[in-house]
Design a protein around this ligand. Structure first.
Ligand SMILES: [Zn+2]
Ligand SMILES: [Zn+2]
Length: 274
């Protein structure tokens, strides 16, 4: 189990001032060094300096996707389901989506997602997960952060990314939820609790499964290593896409059984079925 530090390591300067690691070594503020670094990045990682969506050159402050493309990803606005955050049709007076009406016993208090899994956001998530575009974790994590800030939630004590099975982690090389969690953690100063919630077995891809099959597929697939870290805590679960909520609910169930007091869920996108 690892507890990631929420803040970058700090180094003391000679005059006693504090500098973060990212500010030391090379003086990146000088245009010459900035351009040189960019050019080297182009050579080593071709395609890293252009927007994954529109292919325009990225500015220094942009990572993976340009700000124009990011601004075209609309956030979910009301009306949405008060429980799972899925967009509702305008005439829905229940304030709950059909999933939440049928399945009231969810173990998380609420889920919220930044946008719908379609158009640019869908393309960006596919590139991020399956084409190894890890640089997208930064702008995509920032979108999630904007959704998080709008919530009237109790401040969580830990952020927990939905874990991958060892097999899938080996195949992909990284856990997309973990990178998003670490971006959010750095920005809000809440630590990521890693390798405590584990996936005990590889599950089938949920994509082609129906609602009930998805629940069955993830049943018993998670376990807690050390419940003393969880007991009485408010937790924020992080994943990339919320579809039926089966995975997030199963994770929440295990965390609740380990004594967690409140569980919120935050995802980047909400999948089909809205
Ligand atoms: Zn673009
Ligand atoms: Zn719902």
């Amino acid at each position: 189990m690892e507890l990631q530090k929420a803040h970058p390591r700090q180094h003391k300067e000679k005059d006693g001032g504090i500098q973060t690691v990212s500010q030391i070594n090379i003086n990146k503020d000088k245009p010459f060094f900035r351009q040189l670094t960019r050019k080297l990045e182009h050579l080593i990682f071709p395609g890293e300096g252009i927007c994954v969506i529109c292919k325009k050159s990225l500015k220094d402050i942009e990572k993976g996707i340009c700000s124009d493309c990011i601004s075209q990803i609309p956030p979910i606005t009301e009306p949405y389901c008060t429980k799972c955050g899925k967009p509702l049709l305008g005439n829905n007076r229940n304030k709950l989506c059909s999933d939440c009406l049928l399945m009231p016993n969810r173990y998380f208090l609420q889920n919220r997602s930044y946008g719908k899994y379609e158009d640019i956001l869908k393309k960006a998530i596919i590139l991020y997960k399956y084409k190894n575009k890890k640089s997208l974790s930064d702008p995509l994590g920032s979108l999630m952060l904007s959704t998080f800030k709008k919530q009237n939630w109790q401040p969580p004590e830990y952020i927990i990314p939905v874990p991958l099975s060892r097999k899938r982690l080996r195949g992909r090389g990284f856990n997309q939820a973990e990178l998003l969690a670490s971006v959010i953690s750095k920005k809000i100063g809440i630590p990521v609790l890693n390798k405590n919630l584990l996936r005990t077995r590889a599950t089938e891809h949920q994509t082609k499964l129906g609602k009930i099959q998805r629940q069955e597929n993830v049943k018993g697939a998670f376990k807690i290593i050390d419940s003393s870290m969880i007991r009485g805590k408010t937790l924020l679960l992080i994943d990339d896409v919320y579809t039926t909520g089966a995975t997030l609910n199963e994770c929440s169930k295990v965390l609740k059984e380990a004594g967690a007091s409140r569980i919120y869920s935050l995802t980047l996108a909400v999948g089909r079925g809205f």
